[in-house]
Design a protein around this ligand. Structure first.
Ligand code: 5GP
Ligand code: ZN
Length: 114
């Protein structure tokens, strides 16, 4: 089966600008940023969508939020504020089928659902 885009980024088959990495999680800059800071945070384990998370993934998802607190401090947006977004399936606007969290900041973000 063809591997997903983010699995290829994890393997280094597609280059990315890494912001943070450990054994469970990778953070890299979005190729098409929608804010001055736009980082994608992914579990290294392939999980297609939020619908596919199981109770066994609670630890990695909790860990992702620990990583988000760390990188937002390092990127200087923790105090000014930021937004975490995770899109699920077609209506949610998910285009890459590997669970991911957008971390957006560095400007005042408008309230928007689209
Ligand atoms: P989604 O629309 O699935 O919630 O978010 C996917 C995100 O991945 C988009 O914001 C898009 O810009 C980003 N993206 C797509 N392809 C690449 C890539 O090859 N490299 C990087 N760094 N980001 C990508
Ligand atoms: Zn994947």
């Amino acid at each position: 089966m063809e591997e997903c885009l983010f699995c290829k980024i994890i393997k280094g088959e597609i280059p990315s600008t890494k912001v943070y990495e450990d054994d469970k999680v990778l953070c890299f800059k979005d190729i098409n940023p929608e804010a001055p800071v736009h980082v994608i945070v992914i579990p290294k384990k392939h999980i297609s969508s939020l619908n596919d998370l199981t109770v066994n993934d609670e630890e990695v998802i909790g860990h992702i939020y620990t990583v988000i607190r760390k990188i937002t401090k390092e990127l200087g947006i923790a105090d000014s504020g930021y937004r975490v977004v995770s899109n699920c399936n077609e209506d949610g606007g998910q285009t890459v089928p590997h669970v991911h969290f957008h971390v957006l900041g560095g400007k005042k973000l408008r309230i928007s659902v689209v």
